[in-house]
Design a protein around this ligand. Structure first.
Ligand code: SF4
Length: 519
């Protein structure tokens, strides 16, 4: 008999036991301490758990550690939830805690025996890990300031809740062909990056001031690198029905034979946009309107940094940057102290591994900004810190060849020292392997982890890609430059690119990248 392919194995595992049903086993393994069936380890993803590599583990420590991803619905964390996250980080995760690009929070060094206590702590605070990973609908990304931003197009909080209500641990869609990413936004800056979501809804207003949502499908990175296709415009009350229909189409028609061709974008390429829309229309009792596609904000300007007056009288919100989402127990603890001192009620994670303090008395805003700075959190970040993404990297990820988070933080500090007058907001992404977890193809300067030759040795390094940008249909993915370098040459390489750009006649980095590098 021929050996199972990867896709056949995954499909069999999902058929034999639904990912959602592994919860009972998690509790059993935690209690008994028995060895975990490798097929259950695959199903653990349905509860946000991945095994981590052993790089930071003592040689004589044989524990199987996991990474745990917690979904922050709407990116939201209130004070209780911050306290719960701090508890998990300090008590069970060796002080780790990182915000992700899907408005999640990730912990490392999680032991199975601690999971019942961790789940209980999280659930008491209203936090869940269900569907944070696996072949499921992941956390629905949304604008963090939807309910407080004076420039918003539409407050999508209620629709986001409806969408999350539908997707959350829903058994009808707990076995999708692969991961599935949904976003909804009423943000005038389009901060949820709909271009790379499998399904997204972007609010706009028609000439009579009526709110409508442009619907896009099939966006993605890595093996599904494509800009989402606009398929029509929906009314607010139709959003949930469209989401259900698209998700069912994906579940029923998606490729289950090849994991590299299994995302919604692949299905769209196979069916063609017209047939996809036809099937969608057969599942709902309305038709999407075809309309002019709205103009989207360039990626570099999709941000909410600094102090802003909230829609709520006497309140403000503050957009903050942390490098690569790495907040840790110290950052959480510092943030909670500041929150209690100044009347902050909630924060929300952004899709750029940063967060926004969404609600505080306006008279306290300046003091909060000062105190945040003391713990390394910037409300007025440098152009280098504002949007530097980094993936998990070699410390914990089994696919990584290069370290990422510490390097990204040091690179930012280095560039801040070296180019103190630099003003243009640049975006960076440091990835530990050729996958795209930190979105290297949508930023100005992307680094993809790879091994490089140094003399006879093969050492961790990066491949350089330049020129990514998201801007609706004008989006472009960064391209390979052919430049590869050892990780410890990163500062020199990035510095020399910026010097070359400054010495050129180009007025922005994007034009420079395309003018110099690719000509
Ligand atoms: Fe791991 Fe690679 Fe993803 Fe980074 S990009 S988290 S190294 S799989």
């Amino acid at each position: 008999m021929s050996k199972e392919t990867k896709a056949q194995r995954v499909e069999r595992i999902k058929r034999e036991k639904d990912g959602l049903d592994v919860l009972e086993d998690i509790y059993r393994y935690a209690k008994s301490g028995e060895e975990i069936d490798p097929e259950d380890i695959d199903r653990f993803k349905w509860y946000g758990l991945y095994t981590q590599n052993r790089n930071l583990q003592d040689e004589n420590d044989g524990t199987l550690y996991f990474m745990l991803r917690v979904k922050l619905v709407g990116g939201r964390m209130d004070l209780n939830q911050l306290e719960a996250a701090l508890e998990v980080s300090k008590r069970y995760a060796r002080g780790t805690a990182d915000f992700t690009t899907r408005q999640d929070l990730q912990f490392h060094f999680i032991k199975v025996k601690d999971l019942p206590a961790i789940f209980s702590c999280l659930s008491e605070a209203g936090l869940t890990t269900a569907f944070a990973a696996g072949d499921t609908a992941r956390n629905v990304v949304t604008c963090p300031v939807s309910d407080v931003d004076r420039e918003r197009i539409y407050d999508v909080e209620e629709i986001t809740k409806e969408l999350n209500g539908y997707f959350d641990a829903n058994r009808e869609i707990s076995n999708l062909p692969r991961k599935y990413k949904v976003g909804i936004s009423g943000c005038s800056k389009h901060c949820t990056s709909h271009e790379i979501q499998d399904l997204s809804f972007n609010a706009k207003k028609d000439k009579d001031g009526r709110v409508l949502f442009d619907v896009s499908v099939g966006g993605g990175l890595a093996s599904n690198k494509r800009t989402a296709s606009y398929i029509g415009t929906a009314q607010p009350h139709q959003v949930l029905a469209v989401a259900k229909a698209v998700t069912e189409i994906y579940r029923d028609y998606g490729n289950r034979e090849n994991r590299n061709r299994a995302r919604l974008g692949h299905l769209l390429d196979t069916l063609g946009v017209e047939q996809f829309i036809e099937i969608l229309h057969s599942k709902v009792d309305f038709r999407l309107q075809l309309d002019d596609v709205q103009k989207y904000t360039p990626y570099a300007k999709r941000e909410h940094f600094g102090i802003h007056k909230s829609i709520k009288e006497g309140r403000s919100y503050i957009g903050c940057a942390i490098n690569g989402g790495k907040i840790g127990a110290n950052g959480l603890s510092g943030l909670i102290k500041i929150a209690k001192k100044y009347g902050i009620t909630s924060i929300r994670a952004t899709t750029a591994q940063n967060f926004v303090i969404t609600d505080l008395p306006s008279e306290n805003a300046v003091f909060v900004v000062e105190e945040l700075k003391e713990i390394g959190i910037d409300a007025e970040p440098s152009p280098f810190k504002a949007r530097t993404l980094s993936c998990t990297g070699i410390n914990f990820c089994k696919f990584a060849v290069s370290e990422t988070k510490d390097l990204a933080a040091k690179l930012v500090e280095h560039l801040e020292r070296k180019f103190p007058l630099f003003e243009e907001r640049l975006s960076f992404s440091v990835n530990g392997c050729p996958n795209s977890c930190a979105h290297p193809h949508i930023v100005d300067i992307g680094l993809l982890g790879c091994k490089v030759k140094r003399g006879a040795e093969s050492v961790p390094g990066f491949e350089l890609i330049l020129g990514g940008n998201l801007e609706g249909e004008q989006s472009s993915f960064g391209r390979k430059t052919g430049i590869r370098f050892a990780a410890d040459d990163t500062f020199v390489v990035v510095e020399s690119i910026l010097e070359s750009y400054q010495a050129s006649h180009y007025k922005n980095f994007y034009d420079y990248a395309y003018g110099i590098i690719y000509e």
